[in-house]
Design a protein around this ligand. Sequence first.
Ligand code: FES
Length: 254
Amino acid sequence: MKDRLFCKVLENIEIASNIYKIEIEKVEMLQNIKAGQFLNIKCDDALLLRRPISISYVETDRIGLVIRKSGKGTVVLCNKRKGEMLDVLGPLGNGFTIDEKEQRVIVIGGGIGTAPLLELVKRLEGKDVTVLLGYKTEPYLVNEFEEYVRDVKVATEDGSFGHKGYVTELFIEAIKENSAEMVYACGPEIMLKEVQRICSKYEVKSQISIEERMACGVGACLVCTCKVKAEEKGVKYVRTCKDGPVFSGEEVIF
Ligand code: FES
């Protein structure tokens, strides 16, 4: 069981409509964080369940979280002010795996699923990386990705920025051009399903981070189970919080 940690909010700014970047103090126990891991954060005493929030980036003294204000819990979190304390469990989950041998990679994110990919991209330094970011309308974090990667392409569904359409359309072009050895993806299920289909067609390996409702965040309550392939065409149930949230793209069954 992870210990509860108390981290001070260092900054909280709205970076796009209803999207907040909250930086919290990186206390001593929050070391050895892998890209793709998350924190399970208590919102307030009235809300029983913690909210799983992916770690967007890690700096020497702070951790960046990017949160969409969309339900009771995230409204409370997004209203936290500088100086307030957050009660967190973490870092949780397994995170992304980086293989030194894989040089050409594509990173694809949709909506708030772009957030955990930022720390991943930082750690992919030295590789040939293409970043594809998709949003319904207003993009965010694009400048931050551009600090680490030159090849960043954006799609918006309404055409307000970059390619008009879905990010998976950019993905098909990129996978043909980049002949990628690994694809990393995080975003809504519909996007991940399409990434999985395209990767299978072009025979490219992938790691995908999936979103599931969670409660305990540490593998004890089984609220977050999802289906993956098992040996001999079988199916097994795994816990997104403990066995994931990052899985091999080939094994997830949507
Ligand atoms: Fe409880 Fe995953 S949230 S087992």
